[in-house]
Ligand binder design. Structure first.
Ligand code: NAI
Length: 326
């Protein structure tokens, strides 16, 4: 069994090599992303292993099938980058439904605290021996209302963390669950009443740009939006306008609509062409991390283990647990 592993980073290799060796799988690591231009690298491989920004479009799918690939193994939870409709079940797609919801939820809280307690500013100030506190006033999370969109695995971990801070919890989910001390409301109410809004739902047709001009209009002037889910849940242009016009308190973004052009790569010696991203990053009340919420040792280990288990189950003709379909 040979697998072409796209968008490989140094931190992926140790855990994948460990589990793949044990399972007798050979992995060919490629730093490049999967797209129409790189799909031929999968020639001679039984399948591909891809991540969030690999492009598994209709054309790429047809080319993978022509190259003889028999499966697509996503080493992430989300699968919005795969054209499942076009694939139409012609080969299985596996994903890793849960690897560490704590990693993402904890990162969301880290970004929130950084933002509201001005830690990003304090870090730079004290390194320059500037011990002034002007402009550093934050606010307590205790007694504030957090609105969680999507109460799945990550949303629930974030709820638990917020409970620890003594926050009141509102939630919206297309499929509400029974969670103690959580009040489900419609999105309008959630936008209107929340001091913090955190997105933990998948990117789909009906969640695309769910935070747009209209939604922001309903929010409190001091509301902070956290997005650790998928960039296109937020209309970044509308968010930037709201930030510039001081209609919103701030944003914590681990994901960005056009992130596939930039995230995971070093652009420190380049001129970044995306004016919305650069303007957002320049704002004192916007924190951007480059899709790193998942990046903990525990999560990397679980991702590699589950991905290799998915492939091994396929190889052995066993029942497949983690397949995704339309
Ligand atoms: P999950 O599947 O456990 O939970 C998703 C929740 O969203 C479910 O409760 C579901 O009912 C709800 N939902 C579905 N459609 C909805 C809609 N139209 N409106 C509102 N809610 C809806 O997924 P999990 O593991 O909690 O992950 C959530 C998202 O986090 C993933 O879709 C993925 O995009 C993102 N993610 C980001 C990572 C990062 O590193 N930044 C890492 C892992 C996941």
């Amino acid at each position: 069994m040979r697998i072409a592993f796209f968008d490989a980073k140094g931190y992926d290799k140790p855990s994948f090599e460990k589990y793949a060796d044990e399972a007798g799988i050979t992995i060919k690591f490629y730093e490049t992303k999967l797209c129409e231009d790189t799909v031929t690298l999968a020639r001679g491989c039984d399948g591909v292993c891809v991540f969030v920004n690999d492009e598994v479009s209709a054309t790429v799918i047809d080319m993978l099938l022509e190259e003889g690939c028999k499966f697509i193994a996503l080493r992430c939870a989300g699968y919005n980058n795969v054209d499942l409709k076009h694939l139409n079940g012609r080969m299985p797609v596996f994903h890793v439904p849960a690897y560490s919801p704590h990693s993402v939820a904890e990162h969301a809280m880290a970004m929130l605290l950084t933002s509201i307690r001005r830690i990003h500013k304090a870090y730079i100030r004290t390194r320059d021996f500037n011990f002034s506190l002007n402009g550093m006033t934050g606010f307590d999370l205790h007694s504030k209302t957090v609105g969680i969109v999507g109460t799945g695995k990550i949303g629930r971990c974030f709820i638990d963390i917020c409970r620890g801070f003594g926050m009141k919890i509102l939630a919206y989910d297309k499929y509400p669950a029974d969670i103690p001390d959580v009040t489900y409301v419609d999105t309008d109410t959630l936008f209107r009443e929340s001091d913090i809004i955190s997105l933990h739902c998948p990117l789909m047709k009906d969640t695309y740009h769910m935070i747009d001009e209209n939604a922001i209009e309903k929010m409190k002037k001091r509301a902070i939006i956290i997005n650790t889910s998928r960039g296109a849940l937020i209309d970044a242009r509308a968010l930037l306008s709201a930030i510039k016009e001081r209609r919103i308190g701030g944003a914590c973004l681990d994901v960005y609509e056009e992130e596939s052009d930039f995230f995971f790569e070093d652009f420190s010696n380049h001129i970044v062409e995306d004016d919305i991203l650069t303007r957002l990053i320049s704002m004192p009340n916007v924190i951007v991390t480059s899709h790193q919420a998942f990046l903990t040792e525990e999560a990397l280990d679980n991702i590699a283990q589950t991905t290799v288990e998915n492939i091994t189950a396929f190889m052995n003709g066993e029942t497949l647990k983690n397949t995704v379909s339309i």
